[in-house]
Design a protein around this ligand. Structure first.
Ligand SMILES: Cc1ncc(COP(=O)(O)O)c(C=O)c1O
Length: 385
């Protein structure tokens, strides 16, 4: 049976070129980069080379790049780091109702410790309003955290404008940009953010490695969230994941090199998928912004069918999709993102996320368009919705 992987927003396969770059650092060049002897110096040089390259590719300075274990840790590092720094007087966080759990649950944890938080509403396309942000900022606001690209619906938030609003009131700005890299250009100077989270496994790098960008002038706002060593300029203790870091930089470099060509190619495939569904079926609705979106992600609601039933039926045909974000896909709660966008529960329960990637072809899309419409018709014919 044909296998079609359409869940690239959940994770991607590590590219062979990335694996090749990593391999020497697993067996031969195994030294601890903190060691002073030559084994340590070799791996330290590899880490610093990776740091330089990553910084250059996103408009940062090398000393502003902190390697972490992924997007979740990078989000925690900033939110908790600001929290620990202001622990005595506490303070206020602003985020949105459509963030990934890595932000939402970390802010909720800070609330349990006595901090306060505002969760901004979004419009029907998942866009955050700069005016709403302006009104929500208080004298005790410590941080604004707003994601760059939504992982469930693909909407691109106006980060540069939102960061400016926060800065007008002297408040630091963090963006979770995990879903943006490899899909749209990201330059931290142009965005004007203080902190940014990224993750290697979303752009064909290894799992368990990410970056937290910390603007040089904003480092003083953070306390370390881990203790146990002076690694990463004292902000993130723990032996560095050298093969992961080398793989991260390689994957990032390859993704940037292919950005424009892949953007155009995947947009064509996504349009083909969307138009094909609409030609074959009634009651297919796009969730997310119609234009301010990454092209590789299509979140569609199929009227009168449960997303989970579609997902399981497609899985039996070799097609991998998601019925929400990967982290909530085992829960039967409707997506918090679609609910925040004002979708009713029926529509929120009937959504499927198709996320395309570099290995998808026109033949894959033709296969999906052949297989999926009859499944939807059959599920509708037995649906109690
Ligand atoms: C927007 C967003 N933030 C954070 C994460 C978590 O990243 P990681 O898996 O590297 O911890 C994800 C992963 O799905 C994500 O989509």
């Amino acid at each position: 049976m044909r296998k079609v992987y359409l869940d690239h927003a959940a994770t991607t396969a590590t590219r062979p070129e990335v694996l090749t770059a990593m391999e020497p650092y697993i067996v031969e060049q195994f030294g601890n980069p903190s060691s002073l002897h030559q084994f340590g110096r070799w791996t330290n040089a590899a880490v610093e080379e990776a740091r330089d390259r990553v910084a250059e590719l996103m408009g940062a300075k090398p000393e502003e790049i902190y390697f972490t274990s992924g997007g979740t840790e990078s989000d925690n590092m900033v939110i908790k780091g600001i929290g620990w720094k202001n622990f005595e007087k506490r303070g206020h966080f602003i985020t949105t109702k459509v963030e990934h759990k890595a932000v939402l649950e970390t802010v909720a944890f800070m609330e349990k410790l006595g901090f306060t938080a505002t969760y901004l509403d979004v419009d029907e396309n998942s866009l955050v309003s700069p005016d709403d942000l302006r009104k929500a900022i208080r004298d005790d606001t410590l941080l604004v955290s707003i994601m760059m690209v939504n992982n469930e619906v693909g909407t691109i938030e106006p980060i540069a404008e939102l960061a400016e609003v926060a800065h007008e009131r002297g408040v630091a700005f963090h963006t979770d940009a995990v879903q943006a890299f490899g899909k749209i250009p990201v330059d931290v100077r142009e965005l004007g953010v203080d902190f940014l989270a990224m993750s290697g496994h979303k752009f064909y790098g290894p799992k368990g490695v990410g970056v937290c960008y910390v603007k040089r002038e904003s480092k003083k706002l953070l306390m370390p969230h881990t203790h146990g060593g002076s690694h990463e300029s004292g902000l993130r203790a723990g032996t560095l994941n050298v093969p992961g870091i080398v793989g991260f930089a390689k994957a990032f470099e390859l993704a940037i090199g292919e950005l424009d060509a892949e953007h155009a190619r995947q947009k064509k495939l996504a349009d083909m998928l969307f138009n094909g569904f609409n030609d074959a079926l009634d009651g297919v609705q796009l969730n997310g912004h119609p234009t301010d979106r990454i092209p590789s992600l299509l979140n569609l609601s199929f009227d009168k069918v449960e997303g989970e039933s579609i997902l399981l039926s497609l899985d039996m045909q070799g097609i991998a999709v998601s019925s929400g974000s990967a982290c909530s896909s085992k829960s039967l709660e409707p997506s918090h993102v679609l609910i925040a966008m004002g979708c009713d529960h029926l529509r929120a329960h009937s959504c499927i996320r198709f996320s395309l990637g570099r290995e998808n072809t026109e033949e894959d899309i033709e296969y999906v368009l052949r297989v999926v419409p009859p499944i939807i018709e059959r599920l509708r014919s037995v649906s109690a919705l």
